[in-house]
Design a binder for this molecule. Structure first.
Ligand code: SF4
Ligand code: SF4
Length: 132
């Protein structure tokens, strides 16, 4: 885990992303040449958060939002909602503990142990407890 890369604007875990050998996420604006999240150019969540002058969707209402990634994917939404409730440091602490316990963020491509959920609260509980 590259803890220093932290949590992305959308809630996804740049610190654990399989792309993080080269990608620096989208938190540093105006550094396209440094390799961004592949989605940064068109990402609605990124654009919206910047417009609202927020550090990320976790400072907004991710659980009630259906923009961009949140229209289809529960993972970023649950991660952002977790960070809204408990803070990004607590999220990083839980992800680090879970990683040490063998829970894998990206097992194949960008799919891993946090992707097999269709209920927001269940995924939040899994992040917190490290078990289903
Ligand atoms: S560009 Fe969008 S999808 Fe990529 S890390 Fe940023 S907020 Fe998340
Ligand atoms: S939660 Fe939704 S409305 Fe709030 S900043 Fe993120 S994308 Fe925009």
């Amino acid at each position: 885990m590259k803890r220093e890369l932290g949590i992305a604007r959308c809630g996804l875990a740049c610190c654990l992303c399989s792309e993080n050998a080269v990608c620096r996420g989208c938190r540093r604006d105006g550094f396209l040449e440094l390799s961004w999240c592949a989605d940064a150019g068109w990402c609605e969540n990124r654009r919206c958060g910047i417009e609202k002058n927020l550090n990320g969707c976790f400072e907004c209402v991710p659980a009630a939002c259906r923009k961009g990634l949140y229209a289809e994917k529960i993972k970023p939404q649950a991660f952002a909602e977790f960070a809204r409730r408990y803070g990004t440091e607590e999220l990083l602490d839980c992800l680090e503990r879970n990683e040490q316990a063998g829970i894998v963020y990206h097992r194949e491509g960008i799919q891993g142990d946090y992707d097999d959920f269709d209920d927001l609260e269940e995924l939040i509980r899994f992040i917190r407890m490290g078990k289903r």
